[in-house]
Design a protein around this ligand. Structure first.
Ligand code: GTP
Ligand code: MG
Length: 590
């Protein structure tokens, strides 16, 4: 199995089998078909391939000379690789034919073997030279959780040469996660296969990772340095962890690769991909999350190579949004974003589509929606856009009324999880939904806040920003972001305990992109309680910011003073008690 182009390896054979072969002598029992391209083969060769399905191996033998010889003779004659899948009873379950350098295994789809378990099937196939197992062979071994992968060299006379055998190893053993048995001619293999496979299964089961009850799906994160500097890369990975946690996913492993450019087909290189497949097996991973945004073809290639659900950063964020959306507006916007993301990925329907679009816990656009073809997706997008526009007009009406009341608007903006909702709650002495999660808030909320005397302002809280905000989300949330247009002042909340300079820049970039770079901004360095005493204030001073702890209440007075001073016509009588009187106004999207 070498040199096959990754694109076609695991797809269903393009050429349907010539005809199904009935497995005699128990004719009428299971029907076996030959996988692979039988085009151009003579009829008697096709028949011989079918006959391989009638062979049996003794249950305690990995491979016998006679069995191997039948494969190698045929393989040499037709100059193509020939292979079979054999179950633990020694019965041939599948027959495959490839070309002279490669062979494709049937696609099981996502039928899972038990946790930490093998699938109870081994692959025995020929090579036309004595070169040993290829990297693709080893990847298949892990991807399909085979009992073993065996290649037998067919010599010039069609006789079996050496057989190369590999099997998976549990995570607690040293090395690559794969064991290779000594390469021997089949006649010299004296392994008791039944004993050997039982021992291996037991060891795998013992070392299988412990699953916490209700621990959520198990994810493995993958990140490639690319052109990024080390520090930037680390932060990005950390953020991906935070996002995964916010999505309710348990991160069980992280795989990183240092390479200046991502592989155009599979993002990570071939060797790393193999390592990934094996780790996914060892860690019982449910899904793989890439830090890089994947092109539709990369996502498809990876899902095929891994036989697992593969999502990227954008889809992870979309998933979080889908989990959080509670208002009608929010739900429509999220669905719109999901469909926009999905549309280019529907270009070619294939078996891996469900893997691409599944979302966490199946919260992507549901399976039934996936059945929709592109045209129906487009129709749905158009309808969502119409509905959202209608809602937008309603909102504009409300806004107009609000503006007529002439209340200045303070909009709290900032990076996801910076403490915006906590600040809104602290300023207005109301409870706002805050949580240690990215994107806890999706829907805008407004509260009225009374400054001293009769001066009132409206404070709004909204969805957090993130670097490289997925464009699908940007467009879908345009309506929500539009609200920010009304703001007389931005309270730009910053979690000063954490990577803040890059995050400030990311927020300003988004504001710039929606044309709001000109709105006055007051930087609010939040969470100073996380820094040593005095450090937060000093840091804030250096950046012209006010230092606060929204949680503890420190610095809020100074914040209001600064905010007042920056508001237009903010003329307050000297000496007045400045502390605002909270005025309860309904939360939710006003
Ligand atoms: N230590 C500390 N934690 C804070 C402070 N302010 C907020 N937090 C915590 O930070 C986390 C996020 O707070 P939120 O108010 O939900 O942040 P947000 O910016 O609204 O988050 P999103 O809506 O997800 O963008 C919560 O766990 C808060 O308790 C603070 O001043 N100090
Ligand atoms: Mg919030």
């Amino acid at each position: 199995m070498r040199g096959a182009s990754p694109g076609h390896r695991f797809q269903q054979p393009r050429h349907p089998p010539v005809r199904p072969f009935s497995r005699s002598p128990r004719a009428g029992a299971a029907t076996i078909r030959v996988f692979g391209n039988t085009h151009g083969l003579k009829a008697h060769h096709v028949k011989q391939l079918g006959r391989l399905a009638e062979r049996r191996l003794p249950a305690n033998r990995l491979l016998t000379h006679d069995f191997a010889r039948q494969l190698t003779e045929l393989s040499r004659e037709i100059r193509r690789q020939v292979g079979v899948l054999v179950d633990r009873a020694g019965t041939v379950t599948h027959v495959m034919v490839g070309d002279h350098r490669s062979i494709a295994l049937p696609d099981w789809g996502r039928m899972r073997a038990g946790r930490g378990r093998l699938r109870g099937v081994r692959c025995i196939h020929t090579h036309l030279s004595d070169e040993g197992l290829s990297q693709d062979d080893l990847t298949d071994l892990a991807k399909l959780r085979l009992d073993a992968m065996v290649s037998v060299a067919a010599d010039e006379e069609g006789l079996p040469g050496r057989a190369f055998t590999a099997a998976l190893l549990p995570a607690n053993r040293e090395g690559s996660g794969i064991q290779q048995l000594p390469a021997l001619p089949p006649s010299q293999i004296d392994l008791d296969f039944e004993d050997w496979i039982r021992a291996l299964e037991e060891e795998l089961a013992r070392s299988a990772p412990v699953h916490e009850v209700g621990g959520g799906e198990r994810a493995l994160l993958v990140a490639v340095t690319g052109a990024r500097r080390e520090e930037e890369f680390e932060y990005s990975l950390e953020e991906l962890r935070e996002l995964a946690r916010s999505a309710g996913v348990a991160v069980v492993d992280v795989l990183t690769q240092h390479r200046p450019q991502v592989d155009p087909r599979t993002v990570i290189g071939a060797g790393k991909l193999q390592e990934l497949v094996i780790r996914c097996f060892q860690q019982d991973v449910d899904l793989v999350i890439f830090d890089e945004n994947l092109s539709p073809s990369q996502a498809r290639n990876l899902a095929e190579r891994l036989d697992l659900r593969v999502i990227d950063r954008t889809q992870l964020i979309l998933d979080i949004f889908a989990q959080r959306a509670s208002t009608r507006d929010g739900k429509l916007q999220v669905e719109l974003a999901q469909l926009r993301y999905l549309l280019p990925r529907l270009a070619q329907r294939d078996t891996s589509l469900s893997r691409l679009a599944g979302g966490i816990g199946g919260r992507g656009p549901g399976e039934t929606k996936l059945e929709m073809d592109r045209r129906r997706v487009r129709d749905r997008i158009a309808r969502l856009e119409r509905e959202l526009n209608a809602l937008k007009r309603q909102r504009q009406g409300r806004r107009a009324r609000r503006t007529r009341r002439g209340l200045p608007i303070l909009s709290i903006v900032g990076y996801a999880n910076a403490g915006k909702s906590t600040l809104l709650g602290a300023l207005t002495r109301t409870r706002a939904h805050a949580a240690d999660k990215m994107f806890a808030t999706l829907d805008p909320a407004s509260r009225r806040l009374r400054f001293p005397r009769e001066r009132e302002v409206i404070v709004t809280d909204t969805v957090g920003f993130i670097r490289d905000l997925p464009p699908e989300l940007m467009t879908a949330f345009r309506a929500t972001l539009e609200e920010l247009r009304e703001a007389d002042l931005f309270l730009h909340v910053v979690d000063c305990s954490h990577d803040f300079e890059r995050r400030i820049a990311a927020v300003r970039r988004v504001l710039g992109e929606i044309g709001l770079a000109g709105t006055p901004e007051l930087l609010v360095f939040n969470k100073i309680d996380r820094l040593p005493p005095g450090a937060g204030r000093a840091l804030a001073e250096r950046h012209g910011a006010v230092a606060v702890s929204a949680l503890g209440g420190a610095g809020l007075e100074a914040l209001l003073e600064r905010a007042e001073a920056m508001l237009p016509e903010a003329h307050f009588d000297e000496g007045a008690a400045w502390w605002p009187q909270p005025v309860a106004v309904g939360g939710g999207s006003e």
